[in-house]
Design a protein around this ligand. Sequence first.
Ligand code: ADP
Ligand code: MG
Length: 613
Amino acid sequence: MTAMDAARRALKEVFGYDSFRPGQEEAVAAILRGRDVLAVMPTGAGKSLCYQIPALVLPGITLVVSPLISLMRDQVSALLQNGVRAAYLNSTLTPRQHALALDHARRGAYRIIYVAPERLMTDAFLSFARGADIAQVVVDEAHCVSQWGQDFRPGYLQIEPFIAGLPRRPRVSAFTATATQAVRRDIARLLKLENPYPVLTGFDRPNLFFEVRRPHDRDAELLRFLGEHRGQSGIVYCGTRKGVEQVTALLRAHGVKAAGYHAGMEDGLREQAQEDFVSDRVPVIVATNAFGMGIDKSNVSFVVHYNMPKDLESYYQEAGRAGRDGEDAVCCLLYQPGDVRLNAFLIDHTQDESQMDAQTQRVVAERARERLKQMTFYATGGGCLRTRLLTYFGEQADQPCCGHCSACLAREQERDVTREAGQIVSLVMALGGRYGRGLLTRMLCGKKDERIRERGLDKLSGFGCLKSEGEENVRLMIDELIADDVLAVTEGDYPLLRAGEHAREVLRGDVPVRMTLLQKDAAPIAKQRMARETSMDRALFSRLSALRKGIAQEQRVPPFIIFTNATLRDMAERKPRTRAAMLRVAGVGEGKMARYGDAFLREIARYEEGGSH
Ligand code: ADP
Ligand code: MG
């Protein structure tokens, strides 16, 4: 078996995933070949797996330098859940615990050790490291080494001397989501990466819907937004601490369970707020930009910016905390012109602590003003928001309009769809009322998934007839036809589609049908690339998620550490009956199968016996 075969096997057996995401395979392969790696991949792309899989395949120990305690704790507990022996070393351990962990490490108890940068050069750690077989050193959040980045951590400067002091130089890989050239160059230089293999994956996050709203009354707009997203978990970023306090109070007064978070709060309260949010006890956190870097919460469904940030770097980093589990999520910016004035004021009046000379200061302020201009242009300039973001980060967008942001949706057009409506109705009739909206959409778009192929539905004559419309438009058309009683849906947990009262007229083409749809040039690149389960069983999903919550509480870990929403969705879609089938669910590896597989199988069986459809 080659090392890559072993890697693919670990992907499936340990982590429960069928395929690598963009960039992962390249990074894993390069590390296994012994190369240094510099990977720039956006938040949520799945950087951890890039080094965790090599850690399992390579003989020896993997050291991961990571900036934040909460981040290490979550990563290690996620690994333990998957049956991977891992530990962390940071200031939360007592000296005794620390010594004990190092003892275990010496005896080869761990494959992966997370370590705070400040620990590296301590005597105890150095003596361990010099005697150990260290296969790779990983620098996570590597931009922390650069003073150009926003999150400079002096401790990161100790990484390079640490590596240089090892008897044998291990492969070194650095991971970050920060894209700018200056930071990238700094990382390679300061860590002394040796001819690093570059991994650069796209910055597009297809599952994020970008939105700008320009309300007169921000509070009312925020409440409206939260009303549209009830029951979901999300972050509201405010520009100031005072803003955090006011908005938190506003939300509570309107019955929204919300926690406030900013750097001026007492440590205990701040940690509690974070804890409550991460463990899903409180759905909404209102925060300044102090919140986020250590947060690995994957099921964040929305990020609202109550104020416009100072630049697109900040905006995309914060907004990017939504939807890390790959589920649909919304990033909404509430813009008011006052935001520009406030940010401009801050640029001109920020006292500089780094003792730059006057000339440098002028240049830095000039750059900051330019960035603010670009940010403002995003909020007010019109045009596709995704294209603007990608272009800003130096990437070519595939198409001028993504079809999945508020600007694209605004470019709608009314047109005649009599013929298309007829095609939809006739396909619904051919399907004989046995299927739901999701399957119909996929059939009209010509998607051959397993279920469609198995039942030979791709042989029906209407299969793929609306392919050129794109999924978003097809979905809009079906919804309109339902609203007009041309199609009807059955009641119940799993609604099925059949012909409605006015189906015949449409089928005969007796009445012209007009609808407001996306322009065709707004073919939704985003949506097309999204593997989205529309035929999931929602009732089952909520039972599985209740089971997950119970287990998470027992074990005192956040629910997404047990299974992510994406995994539960897949489970609710596939409804596995056997262990083998359970292992096919994305995100169920052998470790989690052994721990939770049976409990979830039982719940699914119980649900199916309950005969709820
Ligand atoms: P990053 O550090 O790049 O922000 P993470 O490593 O935290 O991202 O991964 C984000 C989420 O994506 C996690 O829930 C992880 O389990 C999931 N994930 C990673 N790789 C894959 C994959 N190949 N298939 C499916 N999900 C994946
Ligand atoms: Mg990460």
